[in-house]
Design a protein around this ligand. Structure first.
Ligand code: CA
Length: 266
């Protein structure tokens, strides 16, 4: 086996000059993909739309490029020559909340669900148009940056319902004092539900607020996240304490009074 080449930094198009990325608002997109036929149009579209693409063809290259380039967002193929994109996504999530869009094979719904469960923000299904991909990149970045602004310490609040507590300054959720390991989307969904504790949050509202108004994926994504949250909260889906299903409508986080009444009942 030949030694893996170093990450290829894609040069800016001719005529761009040597404008550094920092401070110019050009977002760096790490494209982890080994198929040249996909890489080329994606890189061209990203450059055209004002992004700075950085290409990695293997997991090893991707890890090096992630360290060296500090990308603003990662497009991550599942099937790579030296392993699975899922593994890289899991590793990234241990240390970073960089937005990740998984690139999955057509018809493989399992791949999409796994990707979202391990903390990816979105997915695209092959074959996709470069235009669709750029729209997803923009939507995910917009969502991510809006969330980062909302989380400014000045607006930080703590919300507690029953044994569940959210500290928005630290972006931390705890259950009975124990930290919960939540993906970013799980955290946002929990925040939305808890801010509306006692009231139903409709599926449409959840999709719009936690994902994006431009979301055009399956609403199954919402169910995957609700089921993930229930698991972490120790909720039995058939008799949940915290997250109740409003059949055909949406979900409702139990109200504080309801939980107290439940606790008082022998
Ligand atoms: Ca591949």
């Amino acid at each position: 086996m030949a030694q893996a080449p170093p990450p290829r930094r894609v040069a800016p198009p001719a005529g761009c000059g040597m404008i550094p990325d920092m401070g110019t608002g050009r977002r760096r997109v790490l494209v982890v993909e080994d198929e040249t036929g996909i890489v080329e149009p994606v890189v061209a579209a990203l450059e055209r739309e004002g992004f700075t693409p950085v290409v990695a063809g293997t997991l090893e290259e991707a890890r090096a490029a992630f360290e060296a380039e500090a990308p603003d967002i990662v497009l991550l193929d599942v099937m790579l020559p030296d392993g699975s994109g899922f593994d890289l996504c899991r590793d990234l999530r241990r240390t970073s909340d960089v937005p990740v869009i998984m690139v999955t094979a057509r018809g493989d719904e399992m791949d999409r669900i796994v990707g979202l469960e391990i903390g990816a923000d979105d997915y695209v299904v092959k074959p996709f148009s470069a235009r669709e991909l750029v729209a997803r990149v923009r939507a995910v970045l917009r969502r991510f940056e809006a969330t980062s602004r909302v989380e400014a310490p000045a607006e930080a609040v703590a919300i507690a319902v029953g044994g569940v507590r959210l500290d928005t300054a630290r972006r931390q959720a705890t259950l009975d004092g124990e930290p919960l390991e939540l993906s970013r989307k799980e955290y946002e969904l929990l925040t939305l539900l808890m801010r509306n504790a006692g009231a139903v949050v409709t599926r449409e509202q959840a999709i719009e607020e936690v994902w994006d108004t431009n979301w055009f994926g399956s609403t199954k994504t919402l169910d995957v996240h609700v089921s993930g949250l229930r698991k972490k909260l120790g909720d039995d889906p058939t008799a949940p304490t915290y997250i109740h299903t409003a059949r055909g409508v949406g979900f409702r986080f139990a109200g504080a009074d309801e939980l107290e009444a439940g606790a008082a009942t022998p």
